[in-house]
Design a protein around this ligand. Structure first.
Ligand code: KG4
Ligand code: ZN
Length: 345
């Protein structure tokens, strides 16, 4: 068990195209610095090798800045945490190795954090904390997961996507419409100016209760564009209508499954997390849904929706408080290990 004195926790996140360093004192965020690799835009997506190199250049200056902002010395750090996976292996290796080096040199405990678990518990960074059991929807660039969370250590997977993740669907449709990467914020901005009822895009309703599928939706947007704008020149009003209608179809599909889960499982709170949780329409629909079931809805503020080290440090701290720490021999992993989450019988 951790001692009762408050701990200075260092968190490092480098799973994709954000290098982030955070310092927490127990659950309280003192610094959460995020350096985004905007140069990937020119390539239409994240280039793994370039990402690793950029992490390597920025990780030490970011740790130095975080210490400076918090008036702490490296030797004041009591617990070191870093993302071990899932993510780009070369990118993960940079942050994880750097963190392990600090742990070794300070002889302080180290906790390797699963990035998705960082998102799952990111609602605990908010003033109003989620209550267990809670239902959590993780919507990010690489994952769409619906989870029943009983405690800090018992996480049950209810459903996932059978093809594209929600964020991936935003990014692919964005590319198709000529907006570029990352797609979510640009589609959202365009959707604000469009009519979401103008086009009816179908979303697959899978027989498996809680699983999602978004590749059909992406294809139906593609067919619509090919049929109506064969030269791919789409006037702005049409572009906005497509964005709004696509966004509505995707949000409706997510909300529909979460509604079914809420009818079946008696939970004390609902949480929406991950990069796509920045989407205003999705945030609003989730708040309405929670209101319908008379439970609190905890959605992190925007700085904690996208990838950030504060959620990694917090998750590391929660695990440490539950008696979990890692050996420095821990290695990065690209995907969520099979059976990582529990299954409800
Ligand atoms: O969690 P995140 O920062 O990185 C991963 O772990 O994947 O999520 C990034 C994803 C991208 O697909 C991006 O397009 C999407 O989140 N995203 C949004 C919005 N902001 C970011 N999707 C919809 N609406 C937004 N406002
Ligand atoms: Zn993420």
């Amino acid at each position: 068990m951790a001692d009762s004195r408050k701990l200075n926790i260092l968190g490092i996140e480098s799973s994709c195209d954000e290098t982030s360093v955070a310092i927490l004192i127990n659950e309280e965020v003192k610094a959460n610095l995020i350096s985004s690799q905007h140069f990937h835009k020119a390539f239409g997506g994240v280039v793994p090798e370039l990402s690793s190199r950029a992490h390597l250049q920025i990780v030490k200056p970011l740790v130095d800045s975080a210490l400076k902002t918090t008036n702490l010395k490296l030797s004041d750090i009591d617990l070191i945490t870093a993302t071990a996976g899932p993510g780009l292996i070369g990118a993960l290796l940079v942050g994880l190795t750097f963190a392990k080096g600090i742990s070794f040199s300070l002889d302080k405990p180290f906790v390797a954090v699963n990035h998705i678990e960082g998102h799952i518990f990111s609602g605990f960074l908010m003033e109003q904390k989620p209550e267990f059991p809670m239902l959590v929807l993780v919507v990010s660039g690489g994952h769409t997961l619906l989870l029943y969370v009983e405690s800090f250590t018992r996480i049950f997977l209810l459903g996932t996507t059978v093809d594209d993740a929600a964020g991936e669907a935003f990014d692919k449709v964005s590319k198709l419409l000529g907006f570029g990467y990352p797609g979510g914020p640009q589609i959202e901005a365009s959707a604000l100016k469009g009519n979401e009822k103008s086009i009816k895009f179908p979303v697959a309703d899978l027989k498996d209760e809680y699983n999602f599928s978004f590749s059909g939706l992406k294809t139906s947007v593609l067919r619509f564009v090919q049929n109506n704008f064969p030269d791919r020149i789409i006037p702005e009003p049409d572009l906005n209508n497509i964005s709004a209608s696509f966004q509505k179809a995707l949000v409706d599909a997510l909300v529909q499954k979460v509604n079914i889960a809420l009818e079946k499982h008696n939970v004390k709170s609902l949480s929406l997390v991950g990069g796509v949780a920045a989407n205003k329409k999705l945030r609003n629909e989730f708040s309405n849904l929670a209101e319908k079931f008379n439970i609190p809805c905890i959605i992190p503020s925007l700085e904690y929706c996208g990838d950030n080290a504060a959620m990694i440090a917090l998750r590391g701290f929660q695990l440490y408080q539950n008696g979990i720490k890692d050996q420095l021999s821990v290695t990065p992993y690209p995907a969520i290990p099979e059976n990582h989450f529990l299954k409800l019988s």
